[in-house]
Design a protein around this ligand. Sequence first.
Ligand SMILES: [Zn+2]
Length: 538
Amino acid sequence: MRVPAWPLRWPGRGHARRLAGLSLAGFVLLQVAASAQPASAQPASAGAAGAGAAGTPAGHRTVVSFTFDDGDADQMTAARILRAYRMPATFYVITGAVGTPNYLTLADLRQLARAGNEIGGHTVSHLDLTHLSAAEARRQICQGRDVLTRWGFRVTSFAYPGAAYDRAAQAIARECGFTGARIATGLRSPGCPGCAAAETIPPARPYAIRTPGQVDTSWTLADLQRVVVTAERSGGGWVPFIFHHVCTTGSCGQLSIKASTLNAFAAWLAQRQRSTGTVVKTVAGVMGGTVRPPVPVRPAAAHGVRNPSLESVTRSSAIDLATESAGRPGTFLTCWMEGGYGDNTARWQRTQDAHSGRWAQQLTMSHFHSGGAQLLPTFDLGACSLPVTAGRSYQLGTWYTSTARTQFTVYYRDGTGRWRYWASSPYFQAAGQWTQAQWQTPPVPAGATGLSFGLSLFSNGTLTTDDYSFAVPPPDSTRRIVDWALLGVLALIGMTVVVRRTRVARLLTRGPRAGPPPGAGSAPRTTRPPAGSGRRVS
Ligand SMILES: [Zn+2]
């Protein structure tokens, strides 16, 4: 039986790019609170306070923020570079990804906070908030903040995944206790020469804080400097930059900045701080205000598999982490994602060779060297993934045809929203005709709140699946036998008592002193201890 490690590569990571549609997928305590990100703890802003440079009247200063999205592991490099210049930054964290491969760990986050950086919210699963139900969007935004708060951070700032936001998402960000939320457009940049030079302080729309777009490999040091100088010359204001990866090697993904460029920009800004009074602050440092209490959110109610026959297609609710933009429209099965890991090539397609309805989903694996792939209910907080109760077993099912043997792979979501590999079923043999695979899971582990499962391919071959099911299994036969035996014993005891009492009653009615048998009267049995006495037992 296979026991894969963390199986889901988020897109844009590793050498295979099979998860391009999944994106989330992948995915998410102490004394840092005091040092997390109070405005007074920010060395750069404090150090530069009152610098009041020539030509920059007080109150018209330019403020720069370094914001980093997603909590990528290589952002520790950025933190080290900026710290050398006493510049704090804001890190928007996907809580479900914390501690997974290629992402910051909780220890990293605490180290960042202790150094005066800010930890902000970026939801639990990094889904497109504009394509979620209101309930799921609320879970994503509120629970992300709640988890960070439980970890000990002072969380006031939010960034929309993929910068996808609408009026409803803004309202939810406010309801969840965030002071403000950042978008990825609105300020002048190479991509928007006609935009405003800087955001106002405070922003006119705090739940749509404008930025000059996402810094990617096309941005040069001169581009970064130009944005700052333009803001300075236009009367000052706020310029929040968005960064993702910081790369130190030759191969940089699209959404990255070279460490050397970041270092050069920080050095230039430090000098600028002295010459013009332009300062660097965290987002919280600019926004100010108090930290609101976390807002509890109701977990999703139990339900069966969504879109079980794979008929419904919708625009992906996942955000491609390689480009931080919404996935290709119209090509994704509603509530399902393509999971996989290892060294192989997985190709997915809809097929009309269906078990029921019109469509089934076909996975073809080639160039297999390691790993596996499977279709899975989307790793979310319960809109698509399956809410479960710890300790309970569940019956998994699907119909399949396959040229190779296959098995169920099951993942669970923990209380922080992080998904973990949990269990695998025994193998099901290759099948040329539609065959039903069914498996009853062991009791769900403590702390698990959701499940996702799929039938996996672990070799070259073609696997087609359709008509998934998920249910609480009926009591097993052993238990039923025990239950019936117990019932039988109870019935026997009951009959014996009735027979005896009938005999006693007959004897008494024949005797000289007619009356109720001992214990049959109502008085002794209705005598109860007064409420709260607790000691007298009648
Ligand atoms: Zn993001």
